[in-house]
Design a protein. Structure first.
Length: 229
């Protein structure tokens, strides 16, 4: 891989910025100063910028606590997207959201440029667990819970797989719901089918990834490759 492409991929800067850095002699490869961007390097080479080693990044994995009001998309003509939260050093990469959250839904959203990882989490055949914290207008009844946990049929006739519910407050208006499907507006439609309405919806878990408590809305952190594995 060309040196300039390698540095761009590692988040050092844009192609133009990287070429300027190289020409200024700030890059060393195996202790040799290089000033040409078209020199070919590999992952086995020791590459430093101003004396600090730059390790190659195969893929980027990010965890965002999505706030309400932004859409889960790479581009949107009408609204701000979750891409605004991606660190500047990774904006040049082909990072996309893993699945989607509705505009008014908050919580855990993963973003990556690893297509296989994205597919493993989102493919319906893998039945990846999703957990949401749901705030309702009305208290949820035992009968409501039984219907949802048995596999409720939505108002349009769509059948949902059984989903587990855990009561989180005394008024039974806040619950955690665990499901493995991802139908359109599914959680809202499930509670609408038992005559209730969702006021707030927050995803707190996707597969084995749990929303970090320290992560405030609009904050984003990088997930290590070790954690991904």
């Amino acid at each position: 891989m060309r040196l300039d492409k390698y540095l761009v991929h590692c988040g050092v800067g844009s192609r133009k910025e990287v070429q300027s850095i190289i020409k200024k002699g700030r890059i060393e490869v195996n202790d040799n100063q290089l000033k040409k961007p078209n020199v070919h390097v590999s992952n086995d080479d020791v590459i430093t910028l101003d004396g600090e080693r730059i390790d190659y990044i195969d893929y980027v994995y990010l965890m965002l606590n999505k706030p309400a009001g932004v859409v889960t998309a790479v581009e949107d003509a009408m609204h701000e997207t979750v891409m605004k939260f991606v660190p500047e050093r990774y904006r040049h990469r082909s990072i996309v959201p893993v699945g989607r959250l509705d505009k008014d839904t908050t919580g855990l959203l993963l973003l990556t440029d690893d297509g296989q990882f994205n597919h493993l989490l989102m493919s319906p055949k893998h039945h990846v667990k999703k957990v949401y914290e749901v705030t309702l207008v009305e208290s949820v009844s035992d009968m409501d819970i039984e219907q949802i946990e048995s596999g409720i049929v939505l108002k349009d006739g769509t059948h949902c797989q059984p989903a587990a519910i855990k009561i989180m407050d005394e008024d039974t208006k806040v619950v955690h719901i665990e499901l493995t499907e991802g139908k359109y507006h599914q959680v809202k439609r499930m509670f609408a089918a038992v005559g209730n309405r969702v006021v707030q919806l927050k995803r707190i878990q996707l597969g084995s990834y749990i929303l970090e408590e320290k992560l405030t809305e609009g904050s984003i952190i990088e997930i290590s490759k070790e954690d991904i594995q």
